[in-house]
Design a binder for this molecule. Structure first.
Ligand SMILES: NC(=O)c1ccc[n+]([C@@H]2O[C@H](COP(=O)([O-])OP(=O)(O)OC[C@H]3O[C@@H](n4cnc5c(N)ncnc54)[C@H](OP(=O)(O)O)[C@@H]3O)[C@@H](O)[C@H]2O)c1
Length: 115
C-alpha cells in the first residue's frame, strides 16, 4: 500500500489548529492544505494567484463537501513581494495562527532571507 498524507493522518483530529500553507495552489502545498483541512484544521492558503487558489478550494469542496470551505481561508501573498509577505505575516500574527508550513521554491527562500 502506498502511504499518502491522507492515509497517514487517518484518525487524526486537527480541530482547533490554525495552520498557514504557502504554495497551496499546487503540488505538495495543495495536498498538504487539503489534508490538513480534511482533518479539521483551519488552513490559511497563502497563494499569489487568487483565482487559482479559489479553484483549489472549489476542488476541495467537490471532493469533501461544503464543510471544508469554512476551514479554508485564502491569503493573497506573492512571496517575491516583501510588502505582500509583511501584510500576510501581519494577518498570521493578528489571528494567532500557530504554524506556518513553508513550502518554498528557491525564489521564496531568497525572499525569506531578505526579511
Ligand atoms: N514534488 C516533490 O516530489 C518534491 C520533493 C522534495 C522537495 N520538493 C520541493 O517542494 C517545493 C514544492 O514542490 P511542488 O512539486 O509542490 O511544486 P509546484 O507544484 O510547482 O508548487 C509550487 C507552489 O509554489 C507557489 N509559488 C511559487 N512562487 C511563488 C511566489 N512567488 N509567491 C507565492 N507562491 C509561489 C506556486 O504558486 P502558483 O500556483 O501561483 O505557481 C505553487 O503553488 C519545491 O521547492 C520543490 O523543489 C518537491
Amino acid at each position: 500500500m502506498i502511504a499518502t498524507a491522507e492515509s497517514l493522518t487517518e484518525g487524526v483530529d486537527l480541530s482547533g489548529r490554525r495552520i498557514v500553507v504557502t504554495g497551496a495552489s499546487s503540488g505538495l502545498g495543495r495536498e498538504a492544505a487539503r489534508v490538513l483541512a480534511l482533518r479539521g484544521a483551519d488552513v490559511g492558503l497563502a497563494c499569489r494567484n487568487a483565482a487559482k487558489a479559489a479553484g483549489v478550494v472549489r476542488d476541495f469542496v467537490a471532493r469533501h463537501g461544503e464543510g471544508i470551505a469554512g476551514r479554508c481561508e485564502l491569503l493573497d501573498c506573492d512571496l517575491e513581494r516583501m510588502d505582500a509577505v509583511r501584510a500576510t505575516s501581519g494577518v498570521v500574527f493578528r489571528r494567532d495562527l500557530e504554524t506556518v508550513k513553508l513550502n518554498p521554491q528557491s525564489s521564496d527562500l531568497d525572499a525569506a532571507k531578505r526579511l
